[in-house]
Ligand binder design. Structure first.
Ligand code: SF4
Ligand code: SF4
Length: 187
């Protein structure tokens, strides 16, 4: 039990009206009829799509730097910041000759996000000191198996020849903040 707000449940005998179910059925029908004349709260997705904000938080991307090397240094700050505990990673040391693949001396040999746990809060993006992880306006695809929602590096790291534009998420206020080198976060 997480709180002390427990409630004693008592099983009462049903009244006559509850036993014939008629008032409950009529009440249900009246709610349905009322909703028939209201504006629909849903849209016929995927034929019709809702307009989304330019900084809408969707599927993550792990960015590469301007030379194509992976920016993530497997520091784990995103995983610590994640309230849903959706991120896991295994760090590895960069070997000689791998400088073009990984920007830092330590990199993520594996990096996974459980999209079923993720609540798309964006805290991983804010915690990252390397500008390695961003949320994008891409929608996480639906699937039948839970296992398909564990996104590994093959789904997260942007392809070298097909970069994901995240400039919309870097508003002028964010860019100004990142210039402040006295924050160790920005070094
Ligand atoms: S968006 Fe939020 S919940 Fe999702 S992985 Fe990042 S920190 Fe975790
Ligand atoms: S994505 Fe950023 S915060 Fe997360 S491990 Fe990589 S460098 Fe660290």
């Amino acid at each position: 039990m997480l709180t002390n707000r427990s409630k004693l449940v008592v099983k009462k005998d049903m009244t006559f009206w509850e036993r014939i179910y008629l008032p409950a059925i009529l009440s249900g029908i009246s709610i349905t009829i009322k909703h028939l004349f209201r504006k629909s709260a849903t849209v016929r997705y995927p034929e019709k799509k809702r307009e989304i904000s330019a900084i809408w938080r969707g599927q993550h991307v792990l960015k590469r730097d301007e030379n194509g090397a992976e920016r993530c240094t497997a520091c784990g700050l995103c995983a610590v910041a994640c309230p849903a505990e959706a991120i896991t990673m295994v760090a590895a040391e960069r070997k000689k000759g791998e400088e073009a693949l990984y920007r830092e001396e330590k990199y993520a040999a594996s990096y996974e996000i459980n999209m079923l746990r993720c609540i798309f809060c964006g805290l991983c993006e804010e915690a990252c000191p390397k500008e390695a992880i961003f949320l994008t306006d891409r929608i996480v695809s639906t699937d039948y198996g839970r296992g398909q929602f564990i996104y590994d590096k093959s789904k997260l790291v942007e392809p070298v020849d097909k970069r994901i534009d995240v400039s919309k998420r870097q508003t002028s206020a964010v860019l100004e903040f990142k210039k402040l080198k006295y924050f160790s976060h920005n070094k």
